[in-house]
Design a protein around this ligand. Structure first.
Ligand SMILES: C[S@@+](CC[C@H](N)C(=O)[O-])C[C@H]1O[C@@H](n2cnc3c(N)ncnc32)[C@H](O)[C@@H]1O
Length: 221
């Protein structure tokens, strides 16, 4: 047990890549549990025209389209993902030049110079990363942000209500049997790790949709 998760280990990066390559557009079925928290996260990004934004683990591109529209015409929305299939889905959703600002890679090693971005958005990705690798990723986010940049992280978290505690209890039972069957996702808490990575003014709220609890964490460079 550590301060990020009671279940620190999860699937490997190659397993995640294969899982999300296979999942493809079926990924969007999870929207009914995640939509509200993502909407809160997008609002907390406080996007404005001209900003540079990184969507880390961009997935099928629904949010990328909204980000692109909010920062147009001069802003740049980059997306990175380990899965080629996810990147192709995003590419089919976003208009040029955003469709060119996509790269395949591991968020543990971001291929961008220091101080590139005003905002970083990362939703339902860190909850499938081994706890030992999360500090490295948060330091990478800090490196590529330019002051006074902001990061918004949305992740599965521990339950806060009777219903959401029951849902997460059942989730963890399945997870213990097979992390891969749950896409490697397990509940996490990121506030402490963000402070350790150099971020300040860390704020956290929990959003529950259909019994599924998500934390929306906002932090400043
Ligand atoms: C649950 S999906 C979330 C996608 C999107 N952010 C959303 O909220 O809809 C997790 C995504 O993270 C990507 N991913 C997993 N591990 C990664 C890594 N180490 N580096 C980059 N992307 C990764 C997966 O390929 C997948 O697209």
């Amino acid at each position: 047990m550590n301060n990020i998760s009671q279940l620190p280990e999860t699937i490997t990066t190659p397993q995640a890549q294969r899982f999300y390559d296979r999942l493809g557009i079926n990924h969007d079925r999870g929207e009914r549990y995640e939509r509200l928290a993502k909407e809160v996260g997008l609002a907390r990004l406080a996007l404005a025209p001209g900003q540079w934004v990184l969507n880390a683990g961009v997935g099928t591109g629904k949010e990328q389209k909204l980000i692109q529209a909010a920062i147009a015409p001069a802003g740049v929305a980059w997306g990175i993902d380990i899965s080629r299939v996810m990147l192709d889905l995003t590419r089919s959703r976003v208009a040029p030049p955003g469709s060119q600002a996509l790269c395949q890679g591991d968020i543990q090693r971001l291929p961008f110079p220091a101080g590139t971005f005003d905002r970083i958005f990362c939703t339902y990705v860190l909850d499938l990363i081994p706890a030992g690798a999360i500090p490295t990723i948060l330091r990478e986010f800090h490196r590529v942000l330019r002051p006074p940049g902001r990061v918004v992280l949305v992740s599965l978290t521990e339950g806060t209500t009777l219903a959401s505690r029951a849902v997460i209890g059942a989730w963890k039972s399945f997870y213990r049997l097979s992390p891969l069957s749950m896409g490697g996702c397990r509940p996490i808490r990121l506030t402490h790790a963000l402070l350790k990575a150099g971020f300040s003014r860390v704020q956290r709220q929990v959003v529950v949709q259909l019994g599924m609890p998500s934390e929306v964490v906002v932090a400043q460079w």
